[in-house]
Design a binder for this molecule. Structure first.
Ligand SMILES: [Zn+2]
Length: 109
């Protein structure tokens, strides 16, 4: 497969990651905050899910309703795939750059 085709394939796969989300799913035990409630003693009101991500050096948390957790996990996977594809694309571009340099050197001699 030539490089141009390889790049096209990578870009095509990157397009499939359009719904990606960055971050990770964090499980947190729910507390209501009321004084004397059983949750103060560690009997929580169930588990809440959050999407945790870094922005401007700070960790942000976005509440994720339970019925969306599986979907969000999938979309985080999309981000990882997008990242891997980007790394592959960059490697390909580096190879191209190096080959270009070689040919210019040859021409210069
Ligand atoms: Zn409580």
């Amino acid at each position: 497969m030539n490089k141009k085709l390889k790049k096209e394939r990578l870009l095509e796969q990157i397009l499939h990651c359009e719904d990606m989300l960055q971050g990770s799913i964090v499980k947190i035990n729910s507390r209501c905050g009321k004084k004397g409630c059983k949750c103060e003693r560690g009997e929580y009101h169930g588990i809440s899910y959050y999407l945790s991500y870094r922005e401007g050096g700070r960790t942000q948390m976005v509440y994720i309703p339970k019925h969306l957790v599986a979907e969000v996990i999938q979309r985080i996977e999309d981000f990882k795939r997008y990242w891997d594809l980007g790394v592959k694309l960059a490697k390909l571009n580096l190879q191209e750059l190096q080959e270009k340099q070689k040919t210019t050197h040859k021409r210069a001699r």
